[in-house]
Design a protein around this ligand. Structure first.
Ligand code: SF4
Length: 620
């Protein structure tokens, strides 16, 4: 295995530099860092793929002050100029398989960018980078990772994720073949670094971005994307609902080193001016193909919300809280017909198999309050999602299943157990869940509690929740807080599940902590900047970065210093081995003393309270 190193290619987090875009009023900025800290270096380890390809698998290597290094999983990608986009890492692997072909693609329609683009006669900030003709499977073939895995083939994508996870490639292939894991990898998103979502792998985190009719711009969304992956988002969902949906997504996909997910019903609704009853299968299908051609890797499809389930929500405290669920419920009630998503599901499977788009089967009836958790509507929909999972697998289409929502802590484990049993181990992808409803402003924490618990029990991917949940569209600070909070939940679950290597990170941090290597503690943190800022608040001087205490307990009461002193005392007095022997001898002496006292207690009648006579006799 060889390695190459890329030093951080972008600016420090505190000094974002604008990237000018011709003709734009406000330049697109993107903090596409490849490192969170000056001691982090992106290193690409070269491993050999199944066909002899050289796969360059990235890690973030942390250089420590004691001369050691620690490698962290990285999602930040190699860094890009937002106007140019990322290089097509997977293009050669896809071409070498020979089962996909380019075609003219669907005709571009200004309505793809909303009614204001139609009025203006153009989309704002059109993508000016490279445009590739779309790819799809040749007639009679399927190009999904599940298809290859079921044929017993190891793809470069599988070898890449095995190296990233530090696991055998056969474990990856077998998990993808059985449906217990997915590798979201649209053939039209070759820029993405392959990753895997499944209960036997590292728990992944999704960050939602996207504009709304009220606020945000393309520039802000591209910035949020790069910001989210810098902090560790494993996938990003573009949930745009306002203007310029198509163009915003183009910018996002071309600059994204992680898989991109969407909820296509949002864009379809924009195309019918926000009137749910005017949605049709044709509009929806066309929107799905538009997004397949652009390179969306997974799509949330609310095909499990059936007409007969809608009345089950009538007595809920918070009704239907999923946007997709409420749109489909509105359509079904307006037409009094079964969902067109359910009725045309097989056609959707055929489309997804042509591009390798994975289903994220939406939980349109998820509970929006702890009072509604695990109710009849939620579980009825889950039964249908299980049926849809098996139907997609008949087409070799990869599937994950979405889950709640708001769930009291005691009901969290059974949510994942039911999903895993009913859906035959298909990856579970949950939003939180929030374990109480009372903390707007702190819902990243409310939900991180549920997220760590549900992930420990087998949820494969967690959709982050930001402090703005229930209150407003998250800004970039909220995105960072949400991602970091969820990386924490995911890692806690990885340790609990015993993922190989997960504990090593904690051990490296604990060692740095016990040895008072403060700079290493910052470098190893999920958020190095914040950790250092907090330390600097009270002890900003450089000598404090090697001091054997911090301001929390102070020098006299630092338990770790006292503990280190005790060790030092033994080793300094007698040498390391002799020190250990002395400690063992002291321990043996203490044991003997305890045994003598125990014997005395029994001989004096085994009474807790002694009379003065007995106590005197004992002393004498
Ligand atoms: S002073 Fe207290 S908090 Fe700070 S390093 Fe020592 S034991 Fe830890």
């Amino acid at each position: 295995m060889t390695t190459t190193e890329n030093r951080p290619t972008s600016t420090p987090a505190s000094t974002p530099q604008p990237t000018p875009m011709p003709g734009a009023d406000v330049p697109v900025q993107a903090e596409h860092l490849t490192a969170l800290h000056s001691s982090h270096t992106r290193v690409e380890r070269e491993v050999t793929g199944p066909n002899g390809e050289a796969l360059r698998v990235p890690v973030s290597r942390v250089g420590l002050t004691n001369g050691e290094t620690f490698d962290r999983y990285t999602t930040s990608g190699p860094g890009s100029d937002p106007e140019v986009g990322l290089p097509p890492l997977r293009a050669e692997w896809i071409a070498a398989r020979g089962d996909a072909e380019t075609y003219e693609g669907r005709e571009r329609n200004l309505l793809d960018d909303g009614r204001s683009a139609v009025r203006r006669g153009e989309a704002s900030r059109a993508w000016r980078g490279e445009r590739r003709a779309p790819l799809r499977a040749k007639d009679g073939t399927r190009v999904t990772q599940m298809h290859y895995a079921r044929r017993g083939e190891v793809t470069p994508e599988m070898a890449y994720v095995a190296a990233r996870e530090g696991l055998p490639v056969e474990k990856v292939r077998e998990a993808v073949a059985s449906g217990r894991a997915i590798i979201p990898a649209n053939v039209n998103h070759p820029e993405a670094e392959p990753m895997i979502i499944g209960r036997d792998f590292l728990v992944k985190v999704n960050a939602n971005i996207g504009n709304s009719a009220v606020t945000s711009s393309i520039a802000e969304e591209v910035d949020k994307l790069t910001w989210a992956v810098t902090w560790g988002a494993d996938t990003v969902m573009d949930l745009s609902t306002g203007d310029d949906i198509h163009t915003t997504r183009e910018w996002i996909i071309r600059n994204s080193p992680v898989p991109i997910g969407t909820v296509p019903i949002y864009q379809a609704l924009e195309k019918v001016d926000g009137k749910a009853e005017e949605l049709t299968w044709d509009v929806f299908r066309d929107t799905v193909i538009e997004q397949c051609e652009q390179g969306v890797d997974y799509m949330t499809i609310h095909a499990g919300v059936l007409l007969r389930y809608v009345p089950m929500t009538a007595n809920r405290v918070t009704g239907i809280v999923s946007r997709g669920g409420s749109i489909m419920a509105g359509w079904m009630l307006a037409h009094h017909r079964e969902s067109f998503l359910y009725e045309h599901y097989d056609e959707l499977c055929e489309i997804f198999a042509k591009y390798d788009v994975a289903f994220s089967l939406g939980d349109g009836l998820r509970p929006g309050s702890t009072a509604d958790a695990n109710d009849e509507a939620q579980l009825a929909e889950l039964r249908t999602l299980a049926e849809l999972t098996e139907r997609a697998w008949e087409y070799d289409v990869q599937v994950m299943v979405e889950g709640p929502g708001h769930v009291p802590l005691n009901l969290v484990p059974e949510n994942v157990q039911m999903q895993q049993d009913w859906c035959h181990g298909a990856p579970f992808y949950t939003l939180g869940p929030l374990v109480t409803d009372i903390a707007p402003g702190y819902d990243h924490i409310t939900s991180a509690i549920g997220a760590a618990t549900i992930a420990m029990h087998g949820t494969a991917m967690l959709c982050y929740v930001t402090p703005k949940e229930h209150l407003g569209l998250p800004n970039r600070d909220d995105v960072k807080t949400g991602v970091v909070t969820y990386k924490l939940s995911a890692h806690a679950a990885d340790i609990a599940k015993g993922h190989p290597g997960a504990r090593a990170w904690d051990d490296a941090m604990s060692k740095a902590r016990f040895e008072f290597r403060w700079h290493d503690q910052f470098a190893l943190s999920l958020d190095p900047q914040l950790a250092q800022e907090y330390h600097d608040e009270t002890l900003p001087a450089e000598p404090a970065k090697t001091a054997h205490f911090c301001s929390m307990c102070g020098p006299k009461f630092c338990s770790m210093r006292i503990s280190a002193d005790i060790r030092e005392k033994y080793s300094a007095a007698r040498g390391d081995d002799a020190g250990v022997a002395a400690a063992e001898a002291d321990e043996a002496l203490a044991e003997a003393g305890m045994a003598a006292k125990s014997k005395e207690f029994v001989e004096l009648g085994a009474s807790v309270y002694l009379t003065p006579e007995k106590a005197g006799a004992a002393k004498g």
